[in-house]
Every structure is written in structure tokens, then in C-alpha cells.
Design a protein around this ligand. Structure first.
Ligand code: CP
Length: 353
């Protein structure tokens, strides 16, 4: 059985195959209307969502299947103190596949360790959001026609922006991709993401605070929201919230073929005057989420008997995860596991005790 916890759980060949199926679904939706009849998707959303939860729901319904779940932890027995592991054990018994969003980093790994059905990470804290990346890749493929050789500007909250972390992981595998990382100093890309996906792969990147200066060289401009819910200080959020606001004027020096993307929701970071620009692709991007999630559900339901390739890690008496947002610090009974000096749940470097 396979899961999708991290976008690197899938090879580039598998991603190409998912994109081909999504393209075929867009062209021939009738072919797919009954293929999941009798199957149930469990949607466990411990955090708010519009696009991810509803596009998963729409995806399963469009395949002829059904959906159960909750859209906030307060309406589940989590409110009575039930662990993630016990919740997922139960929903495994009631469904054929699970999509889960959780504010704690590493929650989907803990879920996949006990689930008896495939688990999809629908966003874990500020860590990863691999199904957003599937949506992004489908968008890039349909709008740019390729991945190789693209210069990708990612702008905004690169520290807490989980969609950026997964996008960088995925795109760094393609030949000739360059990143321009545009953020305030306080919201730079975390070291664990740089080390794992940029430094170790030799993927070229530069860091900048200057959005307008970077725009002319970009093929893709991926804007992101400042993630208010991840800040420990409201004053710090207020200071940084309007760091970047893209408007039509700022696009005057951009390539005519630029693709402006955003995982949404947006707050202030893209002015509505950009929406009519033919280079604004963020609403198409959100719409594509339904089709690539249909392709993903089909793929994972077809992987019984195939081993997940994920490394399990080892327990250690001398290490502790140093990330206060990691599920391994709050979940009762969880095994604390490490690999190569990193916590296997959140990928951050562990601290010696
Ligand atoms: N892009 C995204 O994850 O949106 P939602 O939070 O609305 O699901």
C-alpha cells in the first residue's frame, strides 16, 4: 500500500503518469464517472480548508465514490482527547482511503503508521502540502508545457509556507530549474528545506528581498500568504503581513509568458487588479486540484500489496525533536524516531540531550 506524505514519495515518472491521467480526466470526464463506485474517502480536517477538502470531496464524488469525515477537530472525539493514531485507526475501518490535514508537523506519518488504508497528507502545519504541489505541477505543465529550465520565483512566507516547501522538493528534481527565493529576512526558507532539496541536489537558487527586481527574469511567480496562524506573536505578523503586494504595475517588466500562481487563499498579496491579466493562473490552478486529486485517488486505491518506500527511522535515548510544532512532542504513545540526526516526522534536525 502506498501513501502520499511527502511529494518525494512519488518518482518523477509517477508524477508524469498522474498528470497524464488528470489531463485525460479533463478531456474525458465520462470515462471516470463510475470507477470508484462503492469506495469511500475519509476526510479528516483538523484545520480549516476550502480548496483541499472540497476538491477532494468533489474528486471522489466525480469518480462515483462517497465521502465521510469532519471539517474541524471540535466535532470529532479529538475534542475528548483522542489521539491522531486512534482517530485514524477508526476511520481506516470506515473508509478505503484517507485525506488528512493537521496543524502539527508529522501527523500524516503517525497516521500512516497505523492506517490500514492509504493516507494522503492534505497539509501538516508549516511542513508539507504535497497535493497542492500536484495541483501546481499540473498547472505548470498545462500553462508552460514543461518543467525543465524554468526560473521559479517563490515570494512571501517561505518559512511557514508548506506549499513552497513541497513545490521546491518537487521542482528541484528537474534539469535546469532555478529558484529565486523572495522573502523578508524573518520569513526565509528554513535550513532543513534548503539542505534537503536545494544544497544536496545542486539546484541553483538565489535569495532576495526585492520582488520587483526579480520579476523580469521569472517564468513562474508563485506568491504566498503570510501564514498568520503559525506566528507566535501577533505584533510580528502585523509587521510582516503586507511585505509583498503584487499589482498590475509591478507586472509591467514581466515576461509575456509569465505564469502567476498562488495556492490560495490570498489575503493582500495579489491585488484584484491582477485577476484579469492573462498571466494570472491561480484560479485555474485551484480548479485543476479536483482533477489531479481524482488521478491521485485512483492511483493510491490501486496500490494494495505495494510497499511504501518510506524509511522508518530508529528510536534514540540521546535525541529529541527540537521543533515545537512536531506531533511527536504532543501525541501520547508515539514512538520518537530519527534518521540521519533528523526527526522522521517533521524532517528537522534533532537536538542531543
Ligand atoms: N491551497 C489550499 O490548501 O487551500 P485551502 O487551505 O483552502 O485548502
Amino acid at each position: 500500500m502506498r501513501n502520499l506524505i511527502d511529494i518525494l514519495d512519488f518518482s518523477t515518472e509517477e508524477l508524469d503518469a498522474l498528470i497524464s491521467v488528470a489531463d485525460d480526466i479533463i478531456e474525458n470526464p465520462d470515462k471516470y464517472r463510475e470507477v470508484c463506485r462503492g469506495k469511500i474517502l475519509g476526510t479528516l480536517f483538523f484545520e480549516p480548508s476550502t480548496r483541499t477538502r472540497l476538491s477532494f470531496t468533489s474528486a471522489m464524488m466525480s469518480l462515483g465514490g462517497q465521502v465521510l469525515g469532519f471539517d474541524n477537530a471540535g466535532s470529532s472525539s479529538v475534542a475528548k482527547g483522542e489521539t491522531v493514531a486512534d482517530t485514524v485507526r477508526m476511520v481506516s475501518a470506515y473508509s478505503d482511503i484517507i485525506a488528512m490535514r493537521h496543524p502539527k508537523e508529522g501527523a500524516p506519518i503517525a497516521a500512516s503508521a497505523v492506517a490500514t488504508v492509504p493516507v494522503i497528507n492534505a497539509g501538516d502545519g508549516g511542513h508539507f502540502h504535497p497535493t497542492q504541489t500536484l495541483t501546481d505541477l499540473l498547472t505548470i505543465h498545462r500553462k508552460c508545457g514543461r518543467f525543465e529550465g524554468l526560473t521559479v520565483g517563490v515570494c512571501g512566507d517561505l518559512k511557514y509556507g508548506r506549499t513552497v516547501h513541497s513545490l521546491i522538493a518537487a521542482m528541484s528534481r528537474y534539469e535546469g530549474v532555478r529558484f529565486v527565493l523572495i522573502s523578508p529576512d524573518e520569513l526565509k526558507l528554513p535550513d532543513y528545506v534548503k539542505e534537503q532539496f536545494l544544497d544536496s541536489t545542486g539546484c541553483e537558487y538565489t535569495e532576495s528581498r526585492d520582488l520587483e527586481g526579480a520579476i523580469p527574469e521569472l517564468d513562474i511567480l508563485y506568491m504566498t500568504r503570510i501564514q498568520r496562524e503559525r506566528f507566535s506573536s501577533e505584533a510580528e505578523y502585523e509587521k510582516l503581513k503586507d511585505s509583498y503586494i503584487l499589482n498590475r504595475g509591478k507586472l509591467s517588466g514581466a515576461k509575456p509568458t509569465l505564469s502567476v500562481m498562488h495556492p490560495l487563499p490570498r489575503v493582500n498579496e495579489i491585488d484584484v487588479d491582477v485577476d484579469d491579466d492573462p498571466r494570472a493562473h491561480y484560479f485555474d490552478q485551484a480548479a485543476y486540484g479536483r482533477y489531479i486529486r481524482m488521478a491521485l485517488i485512483l492511483f493510491l486505491l490501486d496500490t494494495k500489496g505495494i510497499d511504501d518506500k518510506r524509511q522508518i527511522g530508529e528510536e534514540s535515548d540521546s535525541l529529541v525533536c527540537d521543533n515545537p510544532h512536531c506531533l511527536s512532542l504532543s501525541e501520547r504513545g508515539i514512538k520518537k524516531l530519527f534518521s540521519g540526526g533528523r526527526c522522521i516526522y517533521c524532517d528537522q534536525r534533532a537536538r542531543r540531550i
